[in-house]
Structures are given as C-alpha cells and as structure tokens.
Design a protein around this ligand. Structure first.
Ligand SMILES: Nc1ncnc2c1ncn2[C@@H]1O[C@H](COP(=O)(O)OP(=O)(O)OP(=O)(O)O)[C@@H](O)[C@H]1O
Ligand SMILES: [Mg+2]
Length: 223
C-alpha cells in the first residue's frame, strides 16, 4: 500500500520561476488496484508519479510504503527499494535508441550479483505477450512509437515489480496496442500488483478501480 500525506512540491522555490506543482495531496493507494491520475496538462500528474516512485523528493509531506515512512531513508536505500519493487513507464518513452529492444530490457539488470541472462525467458514471454517478439533484436530507433511503448512495458515488468507507475502509456499507440496494454494492466491487477497510471484515455479510465482528478496541483475529485 502507498500512502501520501500532505505532499507538496514546489519547483524553484523562492525564485522568479517558482511553480507549485503539487499541493497538499493526501492519498491512500491499496494493493491490487488500478488507480488513475487525470487532469489538465500541467496539473501535476507526472510530478506526483515521480514523487511516489521516489525519483523526485517532495518539498514537504511524507510517503509510506506498507506503513513505513521512506523519505528519510538514504539515497542508497531508496535506489534499492526502487529497483526491487518498482516498474516505470515514462511519458517520454526513454529507451536507448541505438540498442536493440532486448538490450534495452536486459542492460539495466547488470549488477554484481545478477546475470541478465537469467531473465531471458521472462523477456521472451513478455515480448510475446505484448506482440513485439519479432522486434527483439531490432534497434529501438527503428521501432514505431507503439512498439517502443510495448518494449518499455517489458523493461518495466522484467523483474516482476509489485508497483507499476505508468505515465500516459497509451498516448503514442494505436487502438490494438492500447487494448494489449489494458489487458496487461488488468492481468497485473488480478495478480495483486498496484498500478498507478496517469492518463486522459477514457477507455483506460473505464478499467480503473479509482480515478483521482487533479487541478493546479491539488486533488479535486475522487471516483
Ligand atoms: N523540472 C521542473 N522544473 C520546474 N517546473 C516544472 C518542472 N517539471 C514540471 N514543472 C511544472 O510543474 C507543473 C506540473 O508539471 P507536470 O509535468 O507534473 O504536469 P502534468 O500534469 O504531468 O502535465 P502533462 O499532462 O502535460 O504531462 C507544470 O506547471 C510544469 O510547468
Ligand atoms: Mg505529465
């Protein structure tokens, strides 16, 4: 479970270009749910997702994972916690263009005690499930936007994370790929994973268990 307590994020605090991107947001996100953040451009969705994902530190407020406060922990601890528990699909897909799809999935796994080769079967399974297995050895720069987005999902899910954060994951993809993504998110939910997704996509909003609308940094409505 993720619990946000009075989260505020002010960019460039005290400067002429100060922006209050998230203001006093409190929210509990239960496991096994698809939770949507929606609202107009600039309302703070990406900022809030980045804060939940411990990529960005809020100006004030607290975050608890399964009841444990995490913001005071060291960067080392946060990095490890992120690696073990989180999968991210970013708004701007950010794969490495000059590497193949498979390399993009396996390269981040290199670590002292990890052999990325151990994840090959799972990579193949996920690439197949998402319909991009024939693109495994193609350079990412030669893939379509929708194919890249599916590869980004495989990269996010390769370590079977408990939490998935996806930022507008159906913006660049066609209807068929969108349907594959809806199915994937529902399967993950049914396995008890926690999915937080920012979106304007009405079809994705339909499958959500909860929808939180933001406006100018604040949570204004919950359904
Ligand atoms: N790194 C940054 N430095 C300064 N201001 C920022 C930064 N990132 C975002 N902002 C500002 O914070 C506000 C919230 O941005 P954010 O990206 O969270 O919005 P969003 O809801 O994800 O928008 P979109 O739907 O366009 O992706 C915006 O006004 C934006 O200009
Ligand atoms: Mg955004």
């Amino acid at each position: 479970m993720i619990e946000l307590r009075q989260i505020t994020k002010i960019y460039n605090k005290g400067k002429f270009n100060e922006v209050v991107a998230v203001q006093d947001v409190s929210l509990k996100i239960e496991d096994g749910k698809i939770v949507v953040l929606t609202g107009p451009s600039g309302c703070g969705k990406t900022t809030l997702l980045s804060i939940m994902g411990l990529i960005l530190t809020p100006t004030s407020g607290e975050i608890l994972y399964d009841g444990e406060p995490v913001l005071e922990s060291s960067d080392y601890w946060k990095t490890n916690f992120r690696k073990e528990n989180f999968g991210f699909v970013f708004q701007h897909i950010n794969l490495l263009p000059q590497y193949t799809a498979l390399e993009n999935i396996l390269l981040p796994l290199y670590a002292k005690d990890t052999d990325p080769g151990d994840f090959m079967d799972r990579a193949v399974e996920l690439l197949s499930k998402l319909g991009v297995i024939e693109r495994a050895n193609h350079l990412v720069e030669q893939l379509s936007g929708g194919e890249q987005q599916r590869v980004a999902f495989v990269r996010a899910l390769i370590k079977d994370p408990k939490y998935l954060f996806a930022d507008e994951p159906t913006v660049f993809v066609d209807e068929d790929t969108s349907r594959i993504i809806y199915r994937l998110l529902q399967d993950l939910r049914d396995k008890g994973k926690t999915i937080v997704v920012s979106t304007h996509d009405p079809e994705l909003i339909k499958i959500a268990d909860e929808v939180h609308r933001m406006d100018r940094g604040r949570l204004v409505q919950t359904k």
